[in-house]
Design a protein around this ligand. Structure first.
Ligand SMILES: [Zn+2]
Length: 443
């Protein structure tokens, strides 16, 4: 199970710490889809993706926007109103762009890119005052920032088991609606020692939202993650990379670092965008590996966009992990690469520093990292052990490992992106603007 010297040492440390009686209890724990530990032992994707009732979620549904629907502040939500009131005064006067699905047709956007709109120019250095640049690379050389978007996926156990076996932590960019649908799967990320960041509530183009609704997309994602895992992330990744200075101002006001990427595996397009083949995805992975082999990251590391979207994207991640290990000196969660000691608003939880992580002090497969001074078990899931009942969430599961709503959301993304390219290309054609700015992979 443990393959590297570091992970063997870590495993030994854990065994010693646990003691034999605890260990035997863990080994003997049966598969049980009503608890995080039990759910994590399920191996049949069909069983994994059978919806379940999680009382802490079902009893809180009225405090959230409808799952998978574009978010707005829930009427009467005074905490949300207060937080929004504290932020809105500083938001730049930039109008929303295009549609929720990324149709920017007819938008007369200046070629000077006044809003630092990533979708337009891959701009990551804000032009509005007081905003920090987005994170798209890793400061340490020969280092890959390792993360996965669109989870938690209901059938991710094989993938998470693989990461645990490699003693590899990653950054998981979770969709709030997926967290509500699959709370036990979200808990597993914390238990396994992964870092959780936010990937919005409903996975739409953020620059299309009104400012208040953009706030709600982030606010309720944070609230969902807090509800089921007990932690409040301090980082996020905009779906499709769609961010400008207005959205940056809102996310920054909520204490969220913006994380983008440099390479796009396009794994999300396989199966949803006609013409995109598995070989294309392989080539995208390989391009970054070739660049690593050619010394492109000798001074500064990088990041690649990959997904927990479905069993194909997760299988690709497992297929390429050994190759990435050869190509990079270090593969680290984004927060570790940035030396973020406190990844959550709850400051009792800590991440190892970059130096600690790469020296093998990456934590244990049980999820308690070496520096973690507080229990990382969820703090609000007193009902975790309750019995399974028919699901109340709106999302039916699919054996393939992609929730129906997620599949709907993601399958629309390819055509939406095509529309985006086509429409922006038209604008650019008329304006004779930078031709290369549009070859932007995004999800
Ligand atoms: Zn996404």
């Amino acid at each position: 199970m443990f393959t590297s010297p570091f992970s063997r040492v870590a495993a030994l440390r854990v065994l010693l710490a646990l003691g034999s009686s605890s260990l035997s209890a863990i080994v003997a724990a049966p598969a049980d889809p009503t608890t995080e530990a039990g759910e994590a032992k399920l191996t049949d994707p069909t069983v994994e993706c059978t919806p379940y009732n999680y009382p802490a979620v079902s009893s809180a549904l009225t405090s959230f926007p409808p799952i998978w629907e574009p978010a707005s502040i829930v009427p009467g939500d005074m905490d949300a109103e207060e937080q929004w009131a504290a932020i809105q005064g500083g938001v730049p006067d930039i109008p929303p762009k295009g549609t929720l699905s990324g149709n920017f047709g007819g938008l007369n956007y200046p070629q000077s890119d006044p809003d630092c709109w990533w979708t337009f120019s891959q701009c990551t250095t804000p032009k509005a005052p007081g905003l920090v640049p987005d994170i798209a690379v890793m400061p340490e050389p020969q280092t890959l920032g390792y993360g996965f978007d669109d989870g938690p996926n209901c059938s991710h156990n094989a993938f998470y088991d693989y990461l645990s076996a490699q003693n590899q932590k990653a950054t998981m960019f979770y969709i709030g609606s997926n967290v509500m649908d699959w709370p036990l799967e979200a808990q597993r990320a914390v238990t396994d020692g992964h870092e959780i960041c936010v990937h919005t509530w409903s996975h739409h183009y953020m620059t299309s939202f009104t400012s208040e609704d953009a706030f709600a997309e982030l606010y309720y994602s944070l609230k969902a993650i807090k509800l089921v895992t007990g932690v409040t992330p301090t980082c996020w990744r905009p779906p499709f990379g769609d961010i400008d200075d207005r959205i940056r101002s809102i996310s920054s006001g909520m204490g969220l670092r913006t994380v983008l990427w440099k390479y796009d595996s396009d794994d999300w397009q396989f199966g949803s965008t006609p013409g995109v083949t598995s070989a294309d995805v392989d080539n995208n992975y390989q391009k970054m590996i070739n660049d690593a082999d050619n010394g492109l990251f000798a001074n500064v590391g990088t990041m690649i966009l990959t997904h927990e979207l479905n069993n194909y994207t997760m299988a690709e991640a497992m297929k390429y992990y050994p190759l990435l290990k050869k190509a990079f000196a270090n593969i680290v969660p984004v927060g570790v690469g940035l030396n973020v000691s406190h990844p959550y608003a709850e400051t009792s939880y800590t991440l190892p520093s970059f130096a600690q992580y790469v020296s093998g002090d990456a934590g244990s497969s049980s999820g308690a990292n070496a520096n973690n001074t507080a229990p990382i078990a969820p703090t609000t899931n007193a009902t975790v052990t309750s019995s399974v009942a028919p699901a109340t969430s709106s999302t039916a599961a699919q054996p393939s490992g992609t929730s129906a709503a997620a599949a709907q959301s993601e399958s629309g993304a390819g055509s939406a992106r095509m529309d985006l390219r086509k429409n922006i290309a038209a604008v650019i054609c008329v304006a004779s603007v930078l031709a290369g700015a549009l070859l932007v992979g995004a999800h």
